[in-house]
Design a protein. Sequence first.
Length: 218
Amino acid sequence: MVGSRSNADPVCRDGAIRGGEGACNTTDMSGRAIVLVGVSSVGKTSISEELQRALPEPHLHVGVDHFFSMFPYEWRDHPRQPGPGFWVAKTTDPDGSPRARIHYGDDGAKLLTGMRAAVNALLATGNNVILDEMPIDDAIVPAWRRELRARSTFWVHLTASLPVLEERERGRTQGRVLGNARGHVDVAVGDQWDLVIDTDELSPARSAARILTELDYS
């Protein structure tokens, strides 16, 4: 029937998934979430890819960079700063090291809110998700902890020393912003983690293996 949407939406109001007859299934069918949090160049994307190869079920890799790239360049990394989108404040520390800090306005905040809603929509429809998040201010991690809706969530904080981060940063060929790690290494992320991994000496494969050892997917 034209205009009828009673059974069109696969997700019920409480996040459950509609069954074949359109009725809301009260069984929790939401996906699982593995949340990797850390600054630029700590290894989030590489570890996510290793996890995807090794996990017994398919997991979607969803990263903050995927959402940043949706924003028009002119409003994402542009000379008209500050503005409603995102911009990078570049400074130099007394020792000559570059520092880059990402800021955002009202439209940038809408994108971050939309990212959380999009991830929840993926989870609500039964998709498992590896969330790759680089907090750009102190509000990011608390917002995820309040809003993320998954069948189970495994929180991982990835760390590395600043010299190692900056060496990796200089060696990057994609998405490189010199000073990005230094500019965000002091962002508060809290201390409630299922696992903390120092990636200074660990390869992405070994870091992923540490996570897999701790996961309970029974």
